[in-house]
Design a protein around this ligand. Structure first.
Ligand code: 5GP
Length: 173
């Protein structure tokens, strides 16, 4: 790992998050309750910023999944560290991810929620969409920005648990 470069500035990122929230508001409307599921730890910053702009009544839940360890490549195995969720039958649900890379993590979570908790509507929002690495058909319904095969950090995203607190998105050259 060498120098950390800025990929998306704090200001630009805020605009992109607001734009994602506008689309979510337009899709779900302002009246019906929405359960937002934050996928920890990576989505913590995106989720807290995103929910500030949502206009419907919002409930926030968290799950904790892990697939990278201290590497910059997905291990391919999803570790469900905490999947505790309330009943979601007949609820509108939005899963909030930091980044969708191979798609394995989000597919695992989507399948789990759909089959065991049977929500009325289930949509996926991710801060970053790394399309090139996708190995399945899962696509986010809402995303902040697309990224090529760079390993990015900041705004919740880590490298070996560091850099999550950066207010911008960076990458290493
Ligand atoms: P997937 O299962 O889609 O391959 O990977 C999803 C998880 O891998 C993300 O939630 C994130 O924790 C991690 N990940 C994927 N790409 C990156 C990246 O560029 N930077 C960081 N920090 N984590 C990534």
């Amino acid at each position: 790992m060498k120098d950390l470069k800025v990929l998306i500035s704090e200001e630009e990122l805020n605009k992109k998050i607001k734009n994602v929230a506008d689309k979510i508001n337009a899709y779900f409307g302002e009246n019906e309750e929405l359960t937002v599921i934050c996928v920890l730890k990576g989505a913590i910053m995106f989720c807290t910023h995103l929910v500030k702009y949502l206009k419907m009544p919002v409930k926030i839940e968290c799950v904790r999944l892990s697939s990278y360890g201290a590497d910059t490549k997905s291990s391919g195995k999803i570790k469900a560290l905490d999947l505790t969720l309330p009943p979601l039958e007949d609820k509108n649900v939005l899963v909030v991810e930091d980044i969708i890379d191979t798609g394995l993590t989000i597919k695992f979570l989507k399948d789990y929620i759909e089959t065991t908790l049977k929500p009325k509507k289930l949509k996926i929002a991710t801060m970053a969409n790394k399309k090139m690495a996708r190995i399945n058909e899962v696509q986010p319904d809402f995303y902040g920005f697309e990224v090529d095969d760079k390993f990015i950090v900041g705004f919740g995203l880590d490298y070996d648990e560091i850099y999550r607190n950066l207010p911008y998105i960076g990458y290493f050259e």
